[in-house]
Ligand binder design. Structure first.
Ligand SMILES: Cc1cc2nc3c(=O)[nH]c(=O)nc-3n(C[C@H](O)[C@H](O)[C@H](O)COP(=O)(O)OP(=O)(O)OC[C@H]3O[C@@H](n4cnc5c(N)ncnc54)[C@H](O)[C@@H]3O)c2cc1C
Length: 403
């Protein structure tokens, strides 16, 4: 094994592509294999918090993603009927962490990462079904019967990960968080939300959110809003795009006018309806020559907006741990790789475990798993000046690898 590794990555999502780019920029050989034949992200947009943006900056894509993304300057919580509960500037947060947030189209972000990795490093339509550890390396096996070998296998195959159980030697079940999320993008309109404001309507254990997401999601340069609806429902309700409008009208009857206008105006073809799941925090994210990264390692409720940000942090930490260990190694590289994977595990397992747990708690609070606590939270929002919300977000960001 040389100091330049041959890295094989399963999955061309935000996690796999970020890892590929991080390793490529450090001079390692990368190959990404992806099951689907065409990359079509499910979901409208993603809010990249400053910890994710800091990784994007390090990957050389900061200016591009900033151009694609929306501009958010302040945050409002409103009641279901539209009474403002709290409204505050996010500038103190961005100043404290020295970085703005970038709400951005999923499609634009994934395409930007894809292009930066380079199509020549990515194979689409290839389904990995298994892996086996070899002397000094690892082999991935595909449903076509062929095999690829590498020094390091990065399993970034998402929350449904097929390879996770084998790697961990135990069965990890996804858990339903208890609510359904409908998300969509619509043309920006000040009647829906004031410019630069992230508005969230909360009530009846439900939520509706409006966030500027820039124009990266379309070719016409039209500024858009990333909007979503959350409703606590039992698992397994029917997912029929023809019924989305009717369903949402039912769940949000009597809510404020912007919510009604959104329900009347969205295009169901652009909407995704997702039952929100997470996985329990994992004790370890590594095995010999294999690591878990992204949702495969820490599928979480989206209520802190941290899933993709954590996948990016994983990518950054892993690539640098491996690179540093190999560079400084007086010992054979095999030993350095073992040390690097241990360092990745030590840095990432507690961090992502904590965020998975906090995201689940936040989801439960917002969606009424204990109705009294949720009512109390509505009351707290009405006395909030923004400082405790900003403080919570700030701590999550500053505890990341890039501070
Ligand atoms: C409603 C919602 C809102 C969210 N909002 C935010 C947010 O605001 N901010 C944020 O940071 N995060 C957010 N997230 C989380 C974020 O979407 C995920 O954390 C992130 O997309 C995970 O990326 P990934 O690359 O790990 O996994 P994925 O995006 O799932 O990618 C995995 C890839 O692996 C491929 N694959 C799977 N199996 C195989 C196989 N056997 N062989 C080859 N390829 C395979 C898949 O086809 C897929 O392309 C949200 C999630 C949801 C559901």
């Amino acid at each position: 094994m040389s100091k330049q590794l041959n890295i094989l990555i399963i999955g061309a999502g935000i996690g796999g592509l970020s890892a590929a780019l991080a390793f490529k920029r450090l001079g390692h050989g990368v190959r990404v294999v992806e099951r689907v034949k065409e990359i079509r992200p499910v979901g409208a947009a993603i809010s990249l918090w400053p910890n994710g943006v800091k990784v994007i900056n390090q990957l050389g894509l900061g200016d591009t993603v900033q151009r694609q993304s929306g501009f958010v300057d302040h945050m409002r919580y409103l009641s279901a009927q539209g009474t403002p509960l709290t409204e505050f500037s996010l500038s103190p947060l961005f100043e404290a962490v020295a970085q703005r947030t970038y709400p951005v189209s999923r499609f634009a972000l994934q395409k930007t990462l894809f292009n930066a990795v380079g199509a020549e490093h990515i194979e689409l339509g290839r389904n990995c079904v298994d892996f086996s550890i070899q002397t000094n390396g690892v082999s991935a096996h595909f449903d076509t019967g062929d095999t690829l070998s590498a020094d390091l296998l990065i399993v970034a195959d998402g929350t449904h990960s097929r390879l996770r159980n084998k790697m961990l030697g135990e069965s990890i079940e996804r858990q339903y968080v208890g609510y359904v999320n409908w998300n969509v993008r619509v043309p920006a309109n000040v009647n829906l939300t004031p410019q630069a404001s992230w508005d969230q309507y909360v009530g009846e254990n439900k939520r509706v959110s409006f966030m500027p997401m820039g124009s990266g999601g379309n070719d016409q340069g039209v500024e858009e809003l990333y909007c979503f609806f959350d409703v606590p429902l039992p698992a397994g309700t029917a997912n029929d795009p023809a019924k989305y409008r009717e369903e949402l009208k039912h769940h949000f009857r009597g809510w404020a006018k912007p919510v009604q206008d959104l329900i009347d105006g969205f295009d169901p073809a652009l909407m995704a309806r997702v039952e929100i799941h997470d996985i329990p925090p994992l004790r370890s994210l590594i095995a010999q020559h294999v690591v878990l990264l992204g949702d495969a390692a820490h599928g979480m409720a989206p209520d802190l907006g941290q899933g993709a940000c954590q996948a990016m942090e994983d990518a950054w930490v892993l690539a640098n741990a491996v690179n540093e260990a190999l560079k400084n190694s007086q010992t054979p590289s095999e030993t350095a790789l073992v040390q690097a994977l241990a360092a990745y595990d030590e840095a990432r397992a507690p961090r992502v475990g904590d965020i998975v747990t906090r995201a689940r708690k936040r989801a439960e609070l917002i969606h009424g798993s204990n109705g009294e606590k949720t009512q109390a939270w509505y009351g707290e929002l009405a006395t909030e000046d923004g400082s405790s919300i900003i403080n919570g977000i700030k701590q999550t960001i500053l505890a990341g690898p890039l501070g």
